[in-house]
Design a protein around this ligand. Structure first.
Ligand code: 5AD
Length: 347
């Protein structure tokens, strides 16, 4: 099969079938290079040589859920829990701003002690201090009314990974009190309110197969998100999946590239999880079509406690150091880390 013709065709069509997906995921080195190069060209045509930065603040590791893969699950009783005060969150925001961040991602577990009011207070504080910056919330499943309140207070983006686009697979990764339907409904509610929405999935979770990945593509097509976060699954030693094999760099990069071809304007981060399993993860992600990085600007004292998975990249370095290093690494491959809100061009 003439792989160049096939990939060129997908690039024009903005679509892949289930069988084409299977074929792409099995491609050898040379065709894979061509896939990555094509995805990078598509991204360059739209976003140029700019890589957008988001300052990530992991504001709490309390979580009421028990997702089987996640290290901050409620049942992980040995974990020392924290919730940063709004003052400490603001201190990280101020520091991030000085380092060039114009988007702040406030991420946390589903902390039952965080009322809508406490989230609103935090959003207002950031919004009043830096009205020119974008505030992204990533605090899990809430009611449409709560989402609306946060939006009205100044949060304009929301990240909620769908984790897998296949209902049966979802049920194998989550306990019975969580549902695929509810998660997807939250995503559509967020979109309906007017948020710029990010969904996403892990690559290589237990039982994931080509059909699950194809279902991810189908859901993403329906949702038409502004951003898609894709990272490899990495086992965490205090979870039921402690002994499971993790996702691969190859498969993660291929999914990034495929999504770039299908959704040229979408924002795609080179994730921390990818940087964790490969020392060149950020560079490889960008060269396969990613255009966002999310340096972790959580205060150093608590960084090590947001243990989603083992060996997480960056927990032992200061945010300044991480951003300076990222900047150089990005420039070394011919790109530029830019000081910009970096809004998605997806309508
Ligand atoms: N490996 C990789 N990613 C994980 N996440 C949670 N646990 C893991 C893990 N073990 C991801 C989920 C979640 C995001 C915050 O982190 O996709 O949505």
């Amino acid at each position: 099969m003439d792989y160049k013709r096939e990939i060129d065709h997908m690039r024009l069509r903005h679509e892949v079938t289930r069988d084409e997906l299977e074929w792409l995921l099995e491609l050898g080195d040379e065709p894979t290079e061509y896939l990555f190069q094509s995805a990078r060209e598509v991204c360059d045509e739209i976003y140029g040589k700019k890589i957008y930065m988001r300052g990530l603040i992991e504001y709490t590791n309390y979580c009421k859920n028990n997702c089987f893969y996640c290290g901050i699950r409620a049942a992980h009783v040995g974990l020392s829990r924290y919730r940063l005060t709004n003052d400490r969150i603001m201190a990280s925001v101020v520091k991030g701003y000085a380092l060039g961040a114009r988007t702040f991602v406030i991420q946390g577990g589903e902390n039952p002690m965080d009322s809508d009011e406490s989230i609103l207070e935090m959003v207002r504080l950031i919004h009043d201090t830096y009205p020119n910056c974008a505030i992204t919330l990533s605090i899990g499943e809430r009611s449409k009314e709560s989402y609306q309140k946060f939006f009205d207070a100044g949060a304009s983006r929301y990240l909620l990974r769908h984790e897998t686009g296949n209902r049966d697979h979802y049920n194998k990764l989550h306990p019975a009190n969580m549902s695929y339907e509810h998660r997807v409904r939250c995503l559509f509610d967020l979109k309906d309110i007017g948020y710029q929405v990010g969904c996403g999935m892990m690559i290589g979770t237990p039982w994931q197969d080509v059909d699950c990945l194809y279902d991810d593509l189908v859901l993403i097509q329906e949702l038409n998100p502004h951003m898609i976060g894709i990272g490899p699954f990495i086992a965490q030693s205090d979870t039921p999946f402690a002994m499971e094999r993790g996702g691969t760099v190859d498969m993660t990069l291929k999914m990034i590239a495929i999504l770039r071809l299908i959704h040229p304007k979408v924002l795609l981060p080179a994730t921390t999880a990818l940087a964790t399993i490969d020392l060149q993860g950020y560079e490889k992600g960008i060269l396969a079509g990613a255009n966002v990085v999310m340096p972790n600007i959580t205060p150093r004292e608590v960084k090590g406690r947001y243990t989603l998975y083992d060996g997480k990249h960056g927990v032992d370095i200061e945010s300044e150091e991480q951003i300076v290093e990222l900047k150089t690494r990005i420039e070394d491959i011919g790109y530029e880390l830019c000081i910009d809100r970096g809004d998605s061009l997806v309508e």
